[in-house]
Ligand binder design. Sequence first.
Ligand SMILES: N[C@@H](CCC(=O)N[C@@H](CS)C(=O)NCC(=O)O)C(=O)O
Length: 261
Amino acid sequence: MADVTLYHWEPNANSGKPMLTLMEKGVAFDSHYLDLLNFDQHKPEYLAVNPQGTIPAMRHGERVLTESTAIMEYIEEAFPGPRLMPDDPKDRWRVRWWMKFMDQWLAPSFSMIGWSVFVGPAVRSKDPEELKAAIERIPLPERRLAWRKAIYGEFGETELAESQRRVAVGIRMLEEALGRRPWLASGAYSLADINGFNLAFALPLSQPKLSNDELTPNILRWLRTIYARPATKACWAMGRTALVKRVEILERPYIGQGQLA
Ligand SMILES: N[C@@H](CCC(=O)N[C@@H](CS)C(=O)NCC(=O)O)C(=O)O
């Protein structure tokens, strides 16, 4: 028994990154689901694990690890199982380049759009006083601000437009990279693909005008290939909300331009 507990929400950016990595490596773990929409991540029991009140976190023996990408690298190095980092230094650089680009530049834009169209509307109908108290309990000021904007619909037009621009640029970059090689960073499936899938699995649904079989055939091929992996299927089966169901769009053999718009 690996003595691993993963504290996670839905398989999605960021929880899905360590979830899928553990499953690909065949590491047994105890799943501790936190309902982000119920603010479980700010409750004292979880703050005792991760005082920042963000998900995911992983316990390995006595060790507590945070930061989803750093956790993926830890899993890759601490456990046996299929390799998810290439050997060649140039390929390893490319894995890290993509993960840095996604975590720092692209994912926050996906997140802002997701929080404005899904997370905010999903909790808005709760009791206003309860929501106010929930916001006040959030430890990190930047997360408090994001929640406030999501709940009260306060994301600005300019920041949403910038996020949409970045998503469009990111889609073009992914399509170009995946036209050059089968996987994002090398000839083999790697942590970069796990990171990317968690960010992009619902692209044909969330960005139908920018990502479909006509405009981005390489992205669609890549997403469907990852979705077909047993570990991905098992991982997405752990989801509990409508968010994970969106992955089923990848079961369609062809998504033409404008078909979902
Ligand atoms: N950089 C962190 C980000 C973690 C993070 O912000 N996770 C989001 C969920 S995707 C979260 O916990 N949000 C809860 C909140 O803000 O209350 C990581 O990669 O682990």
